[in-house]
Design a protein around this ligand. Structure first.
Ligand code: FEO
Length: 398
């Protein structure tokens, strides 16, 4: 039994096997965190993904007969958290679903269209500042639209000084231990960084608003819906500071080169760029999309002020691996960065427009025109890339 505070229990599911979360690689698995608050009106905060139902129920039954649960708070409609609400309602006939206005709309769309219309769904819709009296505790709600969906909200217990912010501050990390300080803050921050880059990055402005509201709360614990709980003052301060930095699209003075190659010509250009940037003692990383994972590349882009994107041209298009990556990147919009494009082509440069427009759409400012070389670059052409180092230094203010 995982008691995280008097009368508050973790009743979630540890997903040891998860290796891909809608396209985001999760080599360390994940957890879906549900929390049971045993007050006069027993309250379950969030549920778990559909295949974690049995385990969640087993954990709940060790503490209470589910029929006694009076509220199920759904902080977020996405099915990794609300996926088993329909099943729970069959066991909790008196329970009311507490959620945001958009949450109620989303839950109806998900459940009433998928075989759960025979159960009575009693909603209690809440807005920011609303209170839910469950006995000794008066839970409060904070709507956090787009962190991660329009319906997302956080639940706060002033009596415990615990924030349940759902996806915010989460990490995809499976562990038998529940707290960041048990596993190690560096591990948790690394996973939180990848999580932010792949899930939260497009919503920096909304995250900054949430951080303003969170700054007014006394926080003894942050209990996210994925991964570990932040409970020491130092760890709480660290994750909030990192969120402020990521939400402001801050990055390090380092370079990432992301590319794919067809007949090794674009690879030659990538290696030359790496060599000249490294020789200038600027931190630089090389990512070949043939062998690297999208979600790791995006995490590196979030860290890097300079983003260099390259592709060979195939049938007048960028390579499929690059095209797919650009689609993913455009959705995540890593703003406040500099960069340029490069690549090898056969007889037309038209395909490079996709690279250039993706950079523009992401808010990556070009520091030079695209560097494109026909068929196999000569040594002289490769040497011409050396002059770009000065432009990189200028953009990075080195
Ligand atoms: Fe973990 Fe947006 O769901």
């Amino acid at each position: 039994m995982h008691k995280i505070r008097d009368d508050i229990y973790w009743t979630g599911y540890i997903d040891w096997d998860l290796r891909n979360f809608h396209g985001y690689s999760t080599p360390s698995g994940s957890t879906y965190n549900a929390y049971l608050v045993m007050d006069e009106k027993p309250t379950l905060i969030d549920t778990v993904k559909h295949y974690g139902y049995t385990e969640m129920l087993r954990r709940i039954k060790r503490i209470i007969d589910p029929a006694k649960i009076e509220y199920i708070i759904s902080n977020h409609t996405e099915m990794d958290h609300s996926g088993t609400i329909g099943e729970m309602l069959k066991l909790c006939p008196n329970a009311r679903i507490v959620c945001s206005p958009k949450g109620a709309e989303g839950l109806k769309r998900h459940f009433l269209n998928s075989g759960h219309s025979d159960i009575e769904w009693k909603f209690k819709v809440v807005n920011t500042g609303d209170e839910l009296d469950i006995g000794k505790r008066k839970l409060k709600f904070l709507l956090m639209p787009m962190v991660h969906w329009p319906d997302s909200m956080a639940t706060y217990s002033p009596q415990d000084q615990i924030l349940f912010p759902n996806d915010a501050f989460g990490q995809h990390l499976a562990s038998s231990q529940r707290f960041v300080d048990q596993v190690g803050v560096e591990i948790a921050l690394k996973e939180a960084e990848k999580y932010y880059a792949n899930i939260v990055m497009p919503y920096g402005a909304q995250v900054l608003k949430v951080l303003e509201a969170v700054a007014t709360l006394k926080l003894d614990m942050i209990c996210p819906s994925h991964g570990l709980i932040w409970r020491t003052p130092e760890d709480i301060a660290k994750i909030i500071a990192q969120y402020a930095r990521w939400a402001a699209y801050e990055s390090n003075k380092q370079v990432i080169i992301v590319y794919d190659t067809m007949w090794h010509s674009t690879e030659k250009m990538a290696l030359k760029l790496y060599e000249v940037i490294d020789s200038a003692q600027i931190p630089v990383k090389l990512v070949n999309l043939k062998t690297s994972d999208y979600s790791d590349a995006v995490t590196d882009i979030m860290r890097s002020k300079m983003v260099i994107l390259g592709s060979a041209i195939l049938n007048n298009q960028v390579l499929p691996s690059v095209g797919g990556f650009l689609t993913y990147l455009k959705g995540l919009k890593p703003k406040n960065r500099f960069g340029f494009t490069f690549g090898s082509y056969g007889w037309s440069k038209a395909g490079f427009k996709e690279l250039e427009s993706a950079m523009e759409e992401c808010g990556i400012k070009s520091i030079t025109e695209g560097q494109y070389m026909q068929f196999v670059p000569s040594e002289i052409e490769l040497a011409s890339l050396e002059q770009i180092v000065e432009l990189i230094k200028k953009a990075l203010a080195i």
